[in-house]
Design a protein around this ligand. Structure first.
Ligand SMILES: Cc1cc2nc3c(=O)[nH]c(=O)nc-3n(C[C@H](O)[C@H](O)[C@H](O)COP(=O)(O)OP(=O)(O)OC[C@H]3O[C@@H](n4cnc5c(N)ncnc54)[C@H](O)[C@@H]3O)c2cc1C
Length: 285
């Protein structure tokens, strides 16, 4: 089966679903493809999202999908966009066959290349965490460890010191393993010394999850798809939003609310780009 939509959104996380809501409210024919692998799926609770603080991340996504049903111009399809190419329009390779779009929003999120320390992947999102704004407060009884180096370590340690007095720092190469010890984390160094802490923060090291951007010649750098303040990429008709897009300032947190804001911003620009010209602008006679 082949399909067509004025706008296709790759990724139904906070960025893509918010963009779909904005486009739906502007009666723009929109399809969202999503394969249900959100970045925060290993966390039982989501924080620092006004109105949803402390709830399961999946509840926000389910509520958003439910709300989108009010807008018949929006369809959400469960499935992966496997690749893309530009013909006269944008062609996307999906399990449903080729889908064609006039405009594309890439909101496919990222995956994290975690430190290769035994135990880190198993505890990721639980006791090993990326973001003090999202999960620092819950562990403020301390100590909260930082396994990182350089500017990232200094930045995160500074934030965590606002929450707790004890913020032990470990260079990644000195740590042999991280393991659960009850509701705390046990860090074991290569020299055998151990430290029990309330939680561990590490650098997330995000990587784009989908090849769609590079397939279409979209400019991608190490820290994400290059976009302007409206989410426009270097390719006409292609926008990006959320974690997959490079933040204009690296200190802006990659978070649910910032992803939603970026989705809304890009969608508003897409809607404006497709809007009919103002009355009187067409040549008369
Ligand atoms: C462990 C952890 C915990 C976090 N906790 C919090 C928190 O408490 N509060 C907070 O504000 N932020 C938190 N974050 C950050 C937050 O998860 C992200 O900033 C947010 O999810 C970004 O939204 P997004 O829509 O850009 O991407 P995502 O939420 O990752 O959504 C992207 C979606 O695109 C889909 N997708 C990808 N490629 C394709 C494809 N080719 N075809 C179809 N679908 C595709 C994925 O399956 C996914 O559903 C956390 C991050 C991590 C790593």
């Amino acid at each position: 089966m082949a399909g067509f939509a004025k706008v296709v959104i790759v990724g139904g996380g906070p960025a893509g679903l918010q963009a779909a809501l904005t486009l739906g409210r502007m009666h723009v024919d929109t399809v969202v493809f999503d394969d249900e692998r959100p970045r925060n799926s290993t966390s039982a609770r989501m924080h620092n999202v006004l109105g949803w603080d402390g709830t399961e991340p999946a509840r926000l996504r389910a509520a958003a999908r439910n709300e989108l049903q009010r807008y018949p111009w929006v369809r959400v399809i469960d499935g992966t966009v496997r690749g893309a190419r530009r013909e006269t329009d944008i062609e996307l390779d999906t399990a449903d066959g080729p889908w064609h779009a006039e405009n594309l929003l890439i909101a496919a999120g990222v995956e994290d290349a975690l430190l290769p320390i035994p135990g880190v992947a198993e505890l990721w999102g639980d006791l090993v965490l990326p973001c003090p704004y999202c999960h620092g407060h819950e562990h403020a009884e301390g100590p909260i460890a930082v396994i990182s180096s350089g500017a990232h370590a200094a930045h995160v340690e500074g934030l965590l010191r606002g929450l707790t007095d004890e913020v032990p720092h470990f260079e990644p190469e000195e740590v042999a393993s991280v393991a659960r010890a009850g509701d705390r984390a046990l860090i074991t160094r290569h020299d055998g010394r151990t430290a029990e802490v309330a939680a561990v923060f590490i650098p997330p090291n995000p990587r784009p999850r989908s090849s769609v951007a590079t397939d279409l010649g979209v400019r991608v750098e190490a820290d994400g798809i290059v976009v302007d303040a409206l989410g426009r990429t270097n390719q006409p008709g292609i926008w990006a939003a959320g974690d997959v897009a490079r933040r204009l300032d690296p200190h802006v947190p990659a978070a649910v609310v910032t992803a939603m804001a970026a989705g809304l911003t890009a969608a508003a620009d897409i809607a404006a780009a497709g809007a009919p010209p103002p009355r009187g602008s067409a040549r008369e006679g």
